[in-house]
Design a protein around this ligand. Sequence first.
Ligand SMILES: [Zn+2]
Ligand SMILES: [Zn+2]
Length: 395
Amino acid sequence: MGLPLLVIPPGGINVVASLKLSPQLFAPYETAWAWSAKLAAANALSAFEVAALMGIPAAQPRSLLPLRIPRAALTLGRSMALPSWRVKQAFLGGDLECLHPLMSEFLRRCPACVRLGYHLILHQMRVLDTCPLHHVPLREHCARCAAHLAYDLGSSKVHGPITCPGCTAPLLPVTRSGYPTTGMITAREFGLIARWLAFLKRRAAQPTWRDGGILVNTGQHALTAYAQEAVRASVPAGVGRRPVIGQRASWTSNAEYRELKLRYWQHANAHWLQCDKPSRHWYRHLLQGGATEDTPSVHVLAFVYWRMTWQGCSNPYLLRRGHGVPLYGVAEWQAAQPAPDDDDLAAELSVFSAALEASWDEWLDCIDLLGVTTLERRIWRLRAVPSAYVPLPQT
Ligand SMILES: [Zn+2]
Ligand SMILES: [Zn+2]
């Protein structure tokens, strides 16, 4: 009677091939932690084992944010029919690499996403205070034992990364037998995640976003918090800066102010002309003090906020007085500029135009991403948004 033979190939048995995780359990835009945690749970592996399989040095700081995507993880992904871009994305490689400076060292979870079984790259972004899908505060602690959770796999030789190292409570939902489970993410939600990532990618290189000067709250009163943070971030106190002109100041005949003001109105008119008919109607109605029902377009809502930003609007009727009021945004913008060595007005105007356009893009993006459809009375105290002030080029 012949006995079955176990033939060990050169290089040993490849255990990778036998690992299973059904594709719907690991959604696009999820983190390397989520992938590892679910993979370990589905295959009864410990944190130590899954880290070794992924090629991640256990317990090394920022081990889930390697400079190069671990080769073992790519091989593992291939064996599970995961496209390599999905693996790279989970490790924040490829076009997401610019987001590294925004990644938190703590495991940050949205309670609503957790209930659905997901941990997204967006949750790890320090600049986000709340989950962009559910607008609830992100948590860095275990709900049961309050342990502060690190964004790594840990080094437990008993438990998988899906369990809290403090109390072993599951950090993502699992069945009674410990198998991971997930709910549905809709196509609309996937679209929203992609747009938020694009929004953050465009800003990740800006110093105030990197150094923690910005905190984006996606909640109901998000725009208020956003603007307050921005003012702190973009108007630093320093020597060699021009004095801020007070609220009561009126326009002088200074040629420089006149030019800046003219440039502002050129931009304002151009944006106004891009609004469609119902939007213009809504806007005129607003200026006459009418009720502010749902706005017909993102564009006109962005236009109102943008104007209020630059005109330092603090009450709903200020806009009605239009051209006669000092543009506080212009004054503040000037104050934030380094004292000029020469009087190169053309250079100043071009940088001013760039600042106007940058803040316009910010408003369009924010209103679109936050899904704002009405004009909130309480946020009429806006002053500035990030990138409203672009430093003058050093000559
Ligand atoms: Zn969420
Ligand atoms: Zn715990």
